[in-house]
Design a protein around this ligand. Structure first.
Ligand code: G6P
Length: 360
C-alpha cells in the first residue's frame, strides 16, 4: 500500500496532487461523445441532471453554468429524490446521470425510472463499463484514474472540467456562440493543469496553517453565490466527511435566514467568490458575519475586490470565471485534509462512509 501512495502519507493527498495531470487527461479525452451528448442536450425538451454526494455539487454547477452559457434550463436533483421528479419527464427530455463510480444505486434508480419514461440518458462517469455508463444511451467519461480516498477529490475537479466543456458545447449547439468562441474556450480550459499545479503549491502552507484553527472549531460555514455555491457546498462536505467538523454550505444571501443565528466571536465562515458581478453583494454578507465577530476566510481569484474584506484569504492564480471553480476547490480540499490530519483521523477512511453506496 505504501508503494501505491508514492511517498504521500495518504491517498487523498496523492489524489489532490494528481489533479493537474488527470485534469489534463480529461481534457485530452474530450471526444466526439461529448459533442454527441451536447447536441442531444441542445435539441432536447427538459434537461434533468442527477447525482449523489460530491457528484451532485458538480451537477449543480453544470445547471448554473448551462443557464449562463447556453440560456438552457437544467433541472438538478439529488438522485435519492428521483420519485419527485420522474413524473415530470417526457420522451423528448434528457437525463444526465453523474457518478464517479458509475455504481451508486440511487443514481442508477433515477436513471432507470427516467429511461422507462422514454428519456434519453447521458452519463458522466470515471469508470468505463460501470453499470451507469452501460445503461445510458450516451456515456461520456472523465479520466481521473482510480480514486482510493473515500472523499472525492480528483473526480470532482475532473467532473467540473468535463461539465464546463459540455456546457460550452451546448452553448455552441444552441447557436449562442460560434466555432471561434468555442475554440477560444477550449484554449482557456487547457490552461487548467498548469494553473492547478500553481494553486496546489500556493495552497499547501496556507491550508496547513488554517487547519489548526478550523480543526479546533465545532462548526464552520461555507458561503457562496452563483457559481460559487456548488464549490462552497463541496468545501463544507469535505470538512464534514473527513475532519468530522460540522460544516454547512449555504447560499451567502440565505445565511441571514437562519445560519447567522449561530455565529458568535471566532466562528469561522469561508466565503467562496467566483463571479465578479456578485462580489458587491458578497461584501454585504461578509460584513454581516464580521459584525457578529465571525472569523472570515476568503477563497478568491485574482482581481477579486474582496481581498481586504476578510481576516484570511487564499488567491488562486486566475481571474477566469470558467476556471475558478476548479482552482478554488483545491484549497478547500487541502484545508479539509489538513484539518483531518490535525485531529489525528485517517482521511482515506472516514468512519461510517463508503466509497460507493449500493443500498438505497
Ligand atoms: C459516496 C462517496 C462520495 C460520493 C458519493 C457519490 O457517498 O463517499 O464521495 O460523492 O458516494 O458517488 P458517485 O460514485 O456516484 O459519484
Amino acid at each position: 500500500e505504501s508503494a501505491r501512495k508514492e511517498g504521500y502519507p495518504h491517498f487523498m493527498l496523492k489524489e489532490i496532487h494528481e489533479q493537474p495531470r488527470v485534469i489534463g487527461d480529461t481534457i485530452f479525452g474530450f471526444s466526439k461523445d461529448y459533442e454527441a451528448a451536447a447536441s442531444t442536450l441542445a435539441s432536447s425538451g427538459n434537461i434533468f441532471i442527477t447525482a449523489a454526494g460530491t457528484s451532485f455539487h458538480a451537477s449543480l454547477y453544470f445547471s448554473l453554468l448551462t443557464a449562463r452559457l447556453a440560456g438552457k434550463k437544467v433541472i438538478p436533483f439529488i438522485s435519492s429524490e428521483y420519485e419527485s421528479y420522474a413524473n415530470l419527464a417526457n420522451k423528448e427530455d434528457v437525463l444526465v446521470a453523474v457518478s464517479q463510480s458509475g455504481e451508486t444505486i440511487d443514481t442508477l434508480m433515477a436513471l432507470r425510472s427516467f429511461k422507462e419514461r422514454g428519456c434519453k440518458i447521458i452519463s458522466l462517469t470515471n469508470v468505463i463499463g460501470s453499470v451507469i455508463s452501460r445503461e445510458s444511451h450516451l456515456p461520456v467519461y472523465m479520466k481521473a484514474g482510480p480514486e482510493i480516498g473515500v472523499a472525492a477529490t480528483k473526480t470532482f475537479t475532473t467532473q467540473l472540467t468535463a461539465l464546463t466543456w459540455l456546457s460550452s458545447l451546448v452553448s455552441f449547439y444552441t447557436g449562442k456562440i460560434g466555432r471561434d468562441e468555442l475554440s477560444e474556450i477550449k484554449g482557456r480550459i487547457m490552461k487548467l493543469p498548469d494553473l492547478a499545479t500553481r494553486t496546489i503549491s500556493r495552497s499547501e502552507g496556507w491550508a496547513r496553517r488554517l487547519s489548526q484553527v478550523i480543526s479546533s472549531r465545532h462548526s464552520v460555514y461555507y458561503l457562496g453565490r452563483g457559481l460559487g455555491l456548488p464549490i462552497a457546498l463541496e468545501g463544507a462536505l469535505k470538512l464534514k466527511e473527513i475532519a468530522y467538523v460540522h460544516a454547512e454550505g449555504y447560499p451567502a444571501g440565505e445565511s441571514k435566514h437562519g445560519p447567522i443565528a449561530l455565529v458568535e466571536p471566532g466562528f469561522p465562515v469561508v466565503f467562496v467568490s467566483i463571479e465578479k458581478n456578485l462580489e458587491r453583494k458578497l461584501v454585504g454578507n461578509i460584513e454581516e458575519m464580521k459584525a457578529r465577530g465571525a472569523f472570515t476566510i476568503g477563497i478568491f481569484g485574482e482581481q477579486s475586490e474582496l481581498v481586504s474584506r476578510v481576516d484570511e484569504r487564499i488567491i488562486v492564480p486566475s481571474s477566469d470565471e470558467l476556471l475558478l471553480p476548479v482552482l478554488e476547490t483545491i484549497p478547500l480540499q487541502l484545508l479539509a485534509y489538513y484539518a483531518a490530519v490535525a485531529k489525528g483521523y485517517d482521511p482515506d477512511k472516514p468512519r461510517n462512509l463508503a466509497k460507493t453506496v449500493t443500498v438505497e
